[in-house]
Design a protein around this ligand. Structure first.
Ligand code: UD1
Length: 313
């Protein structure tokens, strides 16, 4: 067993985190992934550095021996997607809520040094004020948002009641290479990437003026690492965003400009459970964790597009 464990390590963000950890030379990384949305291919060229366990976080007895004694557990395994949690609330709850409880319990009983938990910006819901700051009252609008928020509360209580060192990072619409565009529940940028590469028309839900703090995956991964090592942050929660916000119309027009094509999008009805605007206040993460996002939206889109072109999605 290694000192570092990544649940969801075969997923899009997890596999990037595994690569980042391997570059630190910290030894083999233990990955726990049930391969529901993860793919072994995501770990292709780093496979030798990974101890991969095809295990579901819903199976407490399977994960407990894997995490026992680990230095750091990054808990990223989840069934993502707001609409998926509305259409299929049971599996989404089982994994995101019960599975997360299992991970914290196993880490607590197994004497893990620190757990970094991938929380979600969806916990804020619609707020009157932007950017969104950690002290705001949460207003979840979907089962997914409730489940991720519950994970934060458990992280905080596992710290206060059981002395498990936890840090929560609220991820803000992470995008980048290896994000799977093939599901109806895929993140919007991965869907846009596929459309632009295949020259097909994307559907925008609503008027396209909803905005997001799109955050490039490498910036999030860097912050995960910083959160795993920062002092005096146990039991706390931080925004893990870029600090900017762009509308879907802006993202599509930037992407088509980079690609040099002119494809007007189609507009459909707004999506249930959708938040209108999202933008992170990064002050606390900068101050306490040394957060320093490096990628502008345009730079992140260019890098992501280069990957999708090469990998032919
Ligand atoms: C939410 C969270 C995000 C989390 C993600 C997990 C918020 C603000 N963000 O993302 O932190 O990581 O869940 O899944 O709650 N859209 C289209 N056309 C498409 C697909 C999507 O217009 O083909 C629109 C959606 O209606 C939405 C926006 O794009 O307005 C972003 O959607 P998506 O990428 O699914 O992420 P969120 O639900 O915002």
């Amino acid at each position: 067993m290694s000192g570092y464990i990544v649940t969801g390590g075969a997923g899009f963000i997890g596999s990037m985190l595994v690569r980042r950890l391997l570059r630190e030379g910290v030894g083999k990384i233990t990955v726990i992934d049930n391969m529901l949305t993860g793919h072994e291919e995501n770990l292709a060229e780093v496979r030798d550095g990974v101890d991969l366990h095809r295990v579901d976080i819903c199976d407490y007895d399977a994960i407990a021996p894997l995490v026992r004694g680990a230095g750091t557990v990054f808990h990223l395994a989840a069934i993502p997607s707001v609409p998926r949690s509305i259409r299929e609330p049971v599996p989404s709850h089982e994994v995101n809520a019960d599975g997360t409880f299992n991970v914290f319990r196993a880490c607590s009983e197994g004497g893990v040094g620190r757990v970094v938990y991938a929380a979600s910006s969806s916990a804020y819901g619609d707020t009157e004020v932007l950017p969104k700051v950690e002290t705001m009252a949460p207003r979840p609008k979907s089962p997914y948002a409730v489940q991720k928020l519950l994970g934060e509360y458990y992280a905080s209580v596992f710290y206060s009641c059981f002395n498990l060192d936890t840090v929560c990072l609220r991820f803000f619409n992470v995008y980048g290479p290896r994000q799977d565009p093939t599901s109806p529940y895929s993140g919007v940028i991965s869907i846009f990437m596929r459309s632009v590469v295949e020259r097909t028309t994307p559907t925008i839900h609503g008027d396209g003026e909803q905005s997001r703090d799109f955050t490039y995956v490498e910036d999030v991964v860097e912050l995960c690492l910083k959160a795993s090592r920062a002092k005096g942050v146990a039991g706390k929660m931080y925004n893990a965003g870029n600090g900017n916000r762009y509308t879907l119309n802006q993202v599509w027009s930037t992407l088509t400009r980079i690609e040099g094509v002119d494809i007007p999008p189609k507009y459909g009805p707004p999506r249930e459970g959708d938040v209108r605007d999202s933008q992170a206040d990064t002050t606390a993460a900068v101050r306490d964790l040394g957060h320093a996002p490096r990628f502008s939206l345009e730079e992140g889109l260019r890098r992501t597009l280069a990957w999708y072109r090469e990998h032919g999605h």
